[in-house]
Design a protein around this ligand. Structure first.
Ligand code: NAD
Length: 303
């Protein structure tokens, strides 16, 4: 039976590891927060990352940012030295391309295959096992990982060589931020001029302004059931994580000397929202609060 080590049991990693355990894999898990280790059913809790890395066939990480990933794998304390040479490494975190490629190169130098496999689909996708994996690395390694991706997700895209998964993910999230801010802006304009947000949403959904945000993630409170906007912007995809991803997009654009004016504007809007409303721990659709007086900013959870 395939043995798996899984490090990083937060909003995403916890349910992903639980799904692997539920599918019958032997899963060893670790997080810096002991309460998270205890909370993942059907898995074997460990007291260190190095214990989690020993004698496994696949090692998966789901951490916040590049510095955490570099810290986990590299250096004297890094897990690379504890993994046996056949282990396949899969980092599902959304991180900068440079770190993803640096860690993959170090793994390769140690004789190990590594994939960057950031995900789309949010916490609901992690819980339901319907994530989309956007993968960079060798095609043969993607095939080795496919049975695990199929347990944790519904779609797998091989974007290209090492780092390509991160690039594709960063492009997608920059577009998502722009679409969310633009949709919130249009809704506020309509409401300021006397329209019902639900009626306007339906009109735009069926018209040329239709987009994913209007279809499944409406940012205006009360328009759509089950989305963060209808529960005080709690849960979902945090503003902190969106600003992190937009910073990654800016860094990536700097490397390639690409112009990203819309992405830059979206990043600054999210930063203003963070500073003005202390909104870092709210869902990213709370950007609606930046637009006019139509939405009661008193409903912001962190104020
Ligand atoms: P999170 O903050 O909830 O979880 C990260 C976990 O990593 C924390 O529990 C933390 O204690 C742990 N951790 C950090 N360093 C560690 C280390 N050295 N060893 C062990 N554990 C360590 O974050 P999340 O929401 O699960 O997101 C994880 C990644 O997935 C991020 O890169 C994020 O951008 C990406 N992502 C998140 C979502 C989402 O909706 N939350 C969606 C898609 C992608």
């Amino acid at each position: 039976m395939t043995k798996i080590g899984f490090v990083g049991l937060g909003n995403m990693g916890g349910p992903m590891a639980q799904n692997l355990g539920g599918a019958g894999y032997e899963v060893k898990v670790f997080d810096l927060l002991p309460e998270l280790v205890a909370g993942v059913g059907g898995t074997l809790g460990q007291t260190s990352a190095s214990d989690t890395a020993r004698e496994v066939d696949v090692f998966v990480s789901m951490l916040p940012a590049g510095k955490h990933v570099a810290g986990l794998y590299l250096g004297d304390e890094g897990v690379l030295q504890h993994l046996h040479p056949e282990t396949l490494l899969i980092d599902c975190s959304t991180i900068d391309v440079v770190t993803a490629q640096r860690v993959a190169k170090a793994a390769q130098d140690a004789g190990l295959d590594m994939l960057d496999a950031p995900v789309s689909g949010g916490t609901a996708g992690a819980q339901k096992g319907t994530l989309t994996f956007i993968v960079g690395g060798a095609a043969s390694a993607v095939e080795r990982a496919r049975p695990l991706f199929d347990v944790m997700g519904a779609n797998v895209f091989h974007a290209g060589a090492s780092g390509a998964g991160q690039i594709a993910k960063i492009c997608n999230n920059m577009l998502l931020a722009i679409a969310m801010a633009g949709t919130a802006e249009a809704l506020a304009l309509g409401v300021d001029n006397g329209l019902e947000p639900g009626v306007l949403s339906e009109i735009m959904k069926q018209s040329s302004g239709g987009n994913w945000v209007l279809n499944v993630y409406n940012p205006y409170p009360g328009v759509m059931e089950g989305v963060p906007a209808s529960r005080g912007y709690e849960g979902g995809f945090l503003v902190d994580l969106m600003t992190k991803d937009l910073s990654l997009a800016m860094d990536t654009a700097e490397q390639s000397k690409s112009s990203v004016p819309m992405g830059g504007l979206a990043k600054n809007l999210y930063r203003i929202h963070e500073q003005l409303h202390g909104a870092g721990r709210l869902d990213f659709s709370s950007i609606q609060q930046l637009y006019g007086s139509a939405v009661d900013s008193g409903s912001l959870g962190s104020e």
